[in-house]
Write a protein that binds this ligand. Structure first.
Ligand code: DC
Length: 229
């Protein structure tokens, strides 16, 4: 039977994980799963239902009705509606760190994520993939970059998408989210012991992708060659 491979890419907000992860998945014909988008979709679901993402009781009450899917291109659907761009907007970005900190929300998302990874080879990016979601991943990468580099990247990305905000505002939001993500009680952002640290501050996306592919082939080299070539 063909083995399902898993590459876990974790790291702080806007460290360029999703762009690199998507490209790596494409090169290997694995499914790319953006777990941040799942927490964002849940936050949007709370906003649209008039609930407060800071309230655990509100979050718990909405879990049963939450239906989301991600397609092969990484588009995100909430109850069948395409919300890919909507979940990147500022209201969601501001509130997502609260919604994703609730234990029950995390448990439900981890369940969905593990189920997805059990069906096919995946590249999954997030904050707790190597530590909690897929501790047996074939490769774990912990990707970091300076706040300046991350703010610059997010600013350029937002400009392209027409999302407003200054470089300073973005840098502040990134620092605030880093703090909340690393200090929360449940599954805080943390490097897994066996994860490879990759500092991408000075790297282009192509260099990041090459670095991750190289690490993966080093890890699984022979089995991969035997089975896929
Ligand atoms: O990667 P992103 O900016 O789209 O993530 C959005 C939020 O979701 C961020 O505040 C961290 C959180 N998140 C998480 O707690 N666990 C994950 N596996 C992925 C994202």
């Amino acid at each position: 039977m063909k083995k399902n491979y898993a590459i876990a890419i974790d790291g702080p907000a806007a460290s360029g994980k999703s762009t690199a992860a998507k490209a790596v998945a494409k090169r290997l014909s694995f499914l790319y799963i953006d777990t941040g988008a799942m927490y964002r979709a849940f936050t949007l679901w709370m906003i649209e239902n008039g609930r407060d993402p800071r309230s655990e009781a509100d979050a718990v009450s909405l879990i049963p009705g939450f239906e989301m899917e991600e397609d092969k291109e990484g588009r995100v659907f909430l109850s069948g509606r395409d919300v890919t761009e909507r979940v990147r907007e500022n209201d969601v970005s501001r509130l997502v760190s609260y919604a994703c900190a609730h234990k029950a929300v995390r448990e439900r998302m981890v369940e969905i994520q593990r189920e997805m990874a059990s069906r096919q080879s995946v590249v999954m990016d997030g904050r707790d993939i190597g530590t909690v979601v897929l501790p047996q991943a074939d490769l774990k990468v912990f990707q970091v970059a300076s706040v300046e580099a991350r703010a610059r990247r997010r600013f350029l990305e937002n400009q392209k998408k027409g999302i407003p905000g200054t470089l300073e505002e973005i840098a502040e939001d990134i620092e605030r989210r880093d703090y909340i993500d690393s200090h929360r009680e449940h599954s805080p952002l943390m490097q897994a012991e066996d994860a490879v640290l990759l500092d991408t501050s000075e790297m282009t996306v192509a260099q990041e992708v090459d670095a991750i592919l190289k690490l993966f082939l080093e890890k699984v080299g022979e089995t991969w060659n035997d089975m896929e070539q």
